[in-house]
Design a protein around this ligand. Structure first.
Ligand SMILES: Nc1ncnc2c1ncn2[C@@H]1O[C@H](COP(=O)(O)OP(=O)(O)OP(=O)(O)O)[C@@H](O)[C@H]1O
Length: 573
């Protein structure tokens, strides 16, 4: 295959060159309502319009409409929208259109003009796929760890227009001089706050440092911790803020029906199958657990009755891909996952999400639940909780602006509660001493040979990078801390809940340990909010490193439910 020549000199002007003029403006969103949503009327590249139409995408979703004009104008942009509302194409369409136009004028170059960074491999692959399918005329690459670097180097050498990847592998490729960022004009940080939680903060900063100064930067993030505020200050130029979630709106997509169900800790395992049967009705279901080990054990146990697989960061990359494509293609219908799957993953037609264990924060609740009800479809999310977690359930309702309908109790059949016995070390789920037996399930590559999935090594470099989700500190300044919400149970209390086996994680008795307590810090309300972006004022956005206990991106109050020991952290990628 022929390699492409560099167009460094011209690329410098890719953003400015675009010529977003009044003519285009008239055709995009300005002043138009319904008409403005029709993609065919936008005068964006015909290649994009027809590729999108081929996928059944003919009208812009609201976030896409909101982003289009500032993005076309070359503005830096910071955005937030609900899950599954089409953020990828919101930044994708303007970037693809500009690159197509630029290539028409200058010919294709060798080095990428756009760089999209995502916190997980799965998300990176998904974003690249969205680009590929929406603009087949562009050459894209997806780079992430756990797969051979040599083929990525070869592909980069042939020439690409858009590079998508996780920061770790991007740095690797830069160091090997395989990835040349000198022509990058469009940069996107997708799920930016998750970069911090999975330990990519430093890498992201290093990469942004290396990019040309003259560029357009777009960032999407559900929250705005200190790190992100610093990043924005340092690397963005007076960004336009687009917040489609707002202060008081409910944070979930409209089509998601919410239920809660109380169960004692041993009953949970036995009611999960009836719950899935009744609410997924044969469709796809994702069950979220807190730890990788729990995901394995639950998947193993449930596989007695249901076609089901586990997904987490200890599973090899190739197996993860097989598992995901098997789930996508309907080879099995129940995926048991840690929070590695809670953000960004776009699996069509997931009917049901079950929070087998409470999420660590309200925000995680939103992201997990958002795996269903995507792209305007309907879905159901069920939160399982024990009686002593009732208060945490109310906190989620308050933070997220939602209301759970409590499901009637499901009677536990005798013996069913022991469905986990006989596994591994034989103990019961959640018993401190038993700890699920450390024999594990050693699944790598052994189960479910579904469909395609790229081949590749099992190396999991880039996994489990530093921080993990949330700190384990019990300080009240830690955590996502929304304004008016403190941490719960981070102090001395630990209930013997499911999964509280390490002794120092678990959800605690909410509110009872109370150093910071529920509802603290109301006074911070004036200093949070999206609008104050870059203003240097304090407050806002909660950060698990921050010294602030207040915040919330535009009012998202994401309480934190207890700390977790490093041993159990979720940092999968
Ligand atoms: N305008 C549109 N019309 C129809 N479908 C669309 C449109 N835009 C995006 N989609 C589809 O909607 C789904 C969700 O989009 P996407 O994954 O970009 O959502 P998201 O907002 O990034 O979600 P999350 O916050 O969960 O990552 C995708 O399958 C995408 O192809």
């Amino acid at each position: 295959m022929e390699t492409r020549a560099s167009v460094a000199a011209q690329a410098e002007y890719a953003v400015a060159d675009y010529g977003y003029d009044e003519e285009k403006r008239g055709a995009t969103t300005g002043g138009h309502t319904e008409e403005g949503l029709e993609i065919a009327n936008l005068r964006i590249s015909g290649d994009i319009v027809s590729a999108l139409a081929g996928r059944g995408i003919t009208k812009l979703f609201p976030i896409q409409k909101a982003v289009l004009e500032p993005a076309m104008q070359g503005r830096d942009m910071f955005g937030r929208a609900r899950t599954g509302t089409g953020k990828t194409l919101a930044f994708g369409i303007p970037i693809m259109d500009k690159i197509i136009e630029f290539n028409k004028k200058h010919g294709k170059g060798r080095n990428p003009l756009a760089l999209v960074m995502a916190p997980t491999r799965e998300l990176a692959r998904q974003v690249e796929k969205e680009f590929q399918q929406s603009a087949p005329v562009l050459d894209t690459i997806c780079v992430y760890g756990g797969t051979p670097i040599s083929s990525q180097i070869r592909q980069l050498d042939y020439g690409v227009d858009v590079a998508v990847g996780t920061p770790g592998r991007i740095i690797d490729l830069i160091k090997r001089s395989a990835l040349n960022l000198s022509e990058v004009q469009f940069v996107v940080l997708d799920e930016a706050d998750q970069m911090l939680s999975v330990g990519f903060a430093e890498d992201v900063d290093v990469i942004l440092e290396r990019l040309p100064h003259k560029r357009q930067t777009m960032m999407f993030s559900a929250t705005r911790p200190t790190w992100i505020r610093e990043l924005v200050k340092k690397h963005m130029n007076n960004p336009t803020i687009i917040d489609l979630v707002g202060e008081s709106d409910q944070k979930l997509a409209d089509g998601i029906t919410l239920y809660s169900i109380s169960s004692d800790i041993y009953g949970k395992a036995s009611i999960i199958s009836p719950l899935i049967t009744e609410h997924a009705k044969g469709g796809k279901c994702i069950v979220f657990t807190q730890t990788k080990r729990d995901a394995d054990r639950l998947a193993y146990a449930m596989a007695r009755n249901l076609r089901c697989e586990a997904l987490h960061g200890d599973i090899s990359q190739s197996q993860r891909e097989r598992t995901l494509s098997g789930f996508r293609d309907g080879h099995f219908n129940v995926l048991v996952a840690t929070d590695v799957a809670s953000r960004g993953l776009d699996i069509p037609n997931v009917d049901l999400v079950i929070h087998y264990e409470l999420p660590n924060t309200s925000e995680t609740f939103v992201h997990r639940s958002g795996r269903t009800g995507r792209a305007g479809k309907k879905g159901t999310a069920i939160l399982m909780y024990t009686q002593d977690q009732s208060r945490a359930v109310r906190v989620i309702e308050r933070d997220v602006g939602c209301k759970f309908t409590e499901l009637p109790k499901i009677a536990v059949e005798g013996g069913a509660a022991d469905m986990f016995s006989g596994m591994g070390g034989g103990g019961r789920f959640g018993m401190r001493e038993s700890r699920f037996g450390d024999t594990g399930f050693g699944r790598s590559g052994s189960r479910g040979d579904y469909g395609s999935g790229r081949s590749g090594g099992n190396r999991s470099s880039g996994f489990g990078r530093s921080d993990g989700y949330g700190g384990s500190s019990s300080s009240s300044r830690d955590g996502y801390g929304g304004s008016g919400s403190g941490r719960f149970g981070s102090g001395g209390y630990r209930s013997g809940n499911f999964g509280s086996h390490g002794g120092d994680r678990g959800f605690g008795n909410f509110g009872s340990g109370r150093p910071s307590g529920f509802g603290g810090n109301q006074s911070s309300r004036s200093s949070r909010g999206f609008g104050e972006f870059g203003s240097g004022r304090s407050g806002g956005y909660g950060d698990n490193r921050s010294t602030q206990s207040s915040g919330g991106f535009g009012g998202f109050n994401s309480s934190r439910f207890g700390g977790r020991s490093a041993d159990n952290r979720i940092a999968d990628d």
